[in-house]
Design a protein around this ligand. Structure first.
Ligand code: KIV
Length: 296
């Protein structure tokens, strides 16, 4: 049985059960459309779920079909799609078409749009204005925001506006320069501060935490301390969900990978070999062959 009811307003809205109960198919995630509440139910039921980045319609279609519960239109599009040197320079205007492409393609996955650097820090009002654009113009279902306990008022304002918030803690790439580079978080005294931030952001109303490149014992402690799901990237296995950047997971990008990346395919070599074979065929005249031509 699918955990989905028809909406009184004729949309795709679901009305999931209030508590985590496995349905007859055996998983709380056997739903037609993943909602934030299903992720909470997954945690309560001891189930794990998967998130991938996606920035375009074709990957969103494939990942959605593969059953990936959450698609993140990350600000990592700055480097992975637009060729920027870091994630700091991408803007809301640049991300909007990508958010729209992903949310139009996703049938089941929850689509989360990442508030880029400069689009929310100044005030809770600025955060709401940027998030509204992602929801209204981009069709996102939720937003992600890099956060510390300083951002609890931002989270409260977003939640009050009806916007589900995933709070990104631990290593936060937008603060790369303040954090002194790409460094594992939660070491030494910073573990306690991280746990305090996690509790404050949960209390402020975040539906989920994302914790990046952090000592796995601290991430596990946070997952146990909060009632909302915690998604890890480089934060060990004792959390509810995992996320990877798709170009890393499927080997489209080459070069040094972070230790936490597991590579499930080698698309770089597949595309390189395909492009080389195509060029070779064009130069030799083997392509187009008779079957590719319109002779009448
Ligand atoms: O933008 C992004 O891709 C992210 C992931 C690293 C979680 O924030």
């Amino acid at each position: 049985m699918l955990n989905e009811e028809s909406s009184p307003y004729g949309s795709q809205a679901s009305a999931p059960a209030a508590s985590a109960q496995q349905n007859s198919a055996g998983s709380v995630l056997d739903v037609k459309k993943v909602r934030t509440v299903h992720l909470r139910q997954a945690k309560e039921a001891g189930e794990k779920f998967a998130m991938l980045t996606s920035y375009d319609t074709l990957t969103a279609t494939i990942f959605d079909r593969a059953g990936i519960e959450v698609l993140l239109v990350g600000d990592s599009a700055g480097s992975n799609v637009l060729g920027h040197d870091s994630t700091l320079t991408i803007t809301v205007d640049e991300m909007l078409p990508l958010v729209k492409a992903v949310s139009s393609a996703a049938q089941r996955s929850l689509v989360v749009a990442d508030l880029p650097f400069g689009s929310y820090e100044q005030s809770p009002q600025q955060a709401v204005a940027s998030a509204v654009r992602f929801m209204k113009e981009g069709g996102a279902h939720a937003i992600k925001m890099e956060a510390t306990s300083y951002h609890t008022e931002h989270v409260k304002a977003l939640v009050a506006a009806g916007i589900p918030v995933m709070a990104h803690i631990g290593f936060t790439p937008q603060s790369e320069h303040a954090l002194g580079g790409y460094r594992v978080q939660g070491r030494g005294d910073s573990g306690e501060a991280l746990i305090e931030s996690a509790l404050a952001l949960t209390e402020a109303g975040a539906f989920c935490l994302l914790i990046e490149m952090t000592r796995s014992d601290i991430a596990a402690q946070i997952d146990r301390a909060v009632h909302i799901p915690v998604i890890g990237i480089g934060a060990g296995s004792d959390v509810t969900g995992q996320v990877l950047v798709w170009q890393d997971a499927f080997g489209l990008r080459q070069g040094k990978m972070a230790r936490f990346v597991k590579q499930y395919a080698n698309l770089y070599d597949t595309l390189l070999e395909g492009a080389q074979a195509y060029r070779q065929d064009v130069r030799s005249g083997a392509y187009p062959a008779p079957e590719h031509r319109f002779d009448q």
